[in-house]
Design a protein around this ligand. Structure first.
Ligand code: AMP
Length: 251
């Protein structure tokens, strides 16, 4: 696996690829089986698979969350290599933001709801960094997980709104046997919270009315950010101590 650090380096590499199909899997690292399922799907549909690792500071509305975000670069490289990833693009902040975030992409409706309601600016950061990655890499297809379903919908909408040539692909949410959605943030949970966390999925998928789901979660010791229905799915975000978990299930 070749590691590329700058957009210029990528351009030189890209010229050698001719008309090969390129698939992109954007990530923030701390990789787990959920990320690897995206890599596998990407490999099966493209001749070249590019993963990116960039912990994007502009999408963190909380400094503490950014500094606590797990960083496991060496392990990530090993996992990506095992999965047959061809290229890892891992730029630093100044390469991605020569403008220091003066230019931004903003959606004005869905981005203010669900996770957007309590994380102001979060989706501006997400959409801006994804726009940059799609513009730099110029992939045929880009892969996003249904774990972040609101993010997927916003990115798909952005690609349509700006006539981007990349196909935006969604990938099923990967869970552990307990039902807990795999997430880089699960590593930040204490042992006791780790045992409690599967109850989040169990409550969301219980089929109960939303207010009952919220009460159930609160009685299990979760601090509930929101539980809401949208687009035929129940979405939720909860805190266990400082750690924020999200999930969604089809209703
Ligand atoms: P992140 O590194 O958390 O930004 O995630 C990178 C990509 O992996 C996003 O498209 C996520 O939706 C996706 N992803 C993260 N966790 C999972 C999971 N458990 N199942 C499927 N996709 C996931």
């Amino acid at each position: 696996m070749k590691i590329i650090r700058t957009p210029n380096e990528w351009q030189r590499e890209r010229q050698r690829m001719g008309s090969a199909t390129v698939g992109l899997v954007p990530t923030m690292g701390a990789l787990h089986a959920g990320h690897l399922s995206l890599i596998r799907k990407c490999r099966s549909e493209n001749s070249i698979t590019v993963a990116s690792i960039f912990v994007n500071p502009t999408q963190f509305n909380n400094k503490q969350d950014l500094s606590a975000y797990p960083r496991t670069f060496e392990d990530d490289c090993r996992l990506l290599e095992q999965e047959g990833t061809d290229i890892l693009f891992s730029p630093d902040y100044t390469d991605m933001y020569p403008d220091d975030f003066r230019y931004q992409i903003r959606e004005t409706e869905l981005s203010t709801r669900l996770c957007g309601a309590t994380r102001p600016g979060h989706f501006d950061g997400v959409l801006t960094v994804v726009m940059k990655l799609l513009t730099i890499i110029g992939p045929t297809r880009a892969y996003f997980g249904e774990k972040d379903y609101q993010q997927f919908l916003l990115i798909k909408g952005m690609a349509e709104a700006f006539f981007l040539p990349t196909q935006i692909m969604d990938c099923p949410l990967v869970r552990e046997a307990s039902g807990l959605a795999l997430s880089s943030r699960n590593r930040l949970l204490s042992e006791a919270d780790r045992r409690k966390a599967p109850k989040f999925y169990q409550a969301l998928s219980s089929g109960k009315p939303l207010d009952e789901i919220q009460q159930l979660l609160e009685s299990d010791g979760f601090t509930v950010d929101y539980v809401e229905e949208y687009d035929g799915r129940v979405f939720g975000a909860v805190f266990l101590e400082e750690v924020r978990l999200i999930d969604n299930v089809k209703r």
